[in-house]
Design a protein around this ligand. Structure first.
Ligand code: FES
Ligand code: FES
Length: 79
């Protein structure tokens, strides 16, 4: 078992749309960061769903080590 791959040591800022659902990549292997593209298949990871209630800027974790996934909690600065 291995940990998630670090996509980048910084969050991805995304302007989300109200009422839309997003699937955050937990494994770090997606080529469509910060979202899942199915590359996790065969691993122990699966995406985490984020339901946007408001249209706003969201900082999705890019390092995949956040304790508040799918959102950045600053953990990337300690990696
Ligand atoms: Fe990473 Fe799906 S590609 S969780
Ligand atoms: Fe992962 Fe900030 S990018 S905690």
């Amino acid at each position: 078992m291995t940990g998630p791959q670090i996509a980048q040591k910084a969050p991805f800022k995304v302007d989300v749309e109200a009422g839309k659902s997003y699937f955050w990549c937990a494994c770090g292997r997606s080529r469509k960061q910060p979202f899942c593209d199915g590359s996790h298949k065969g691993s122990e990871f699966s995406p985490i769903k984020y339901d946007a209630t408001l249209a706003k800027a969201v900082f999705f974790c890019g390092c995949k080590h956040s304790h508040k996934a799918p959102l950045c909690d600053g953990t990337h600065s300690k990696l």
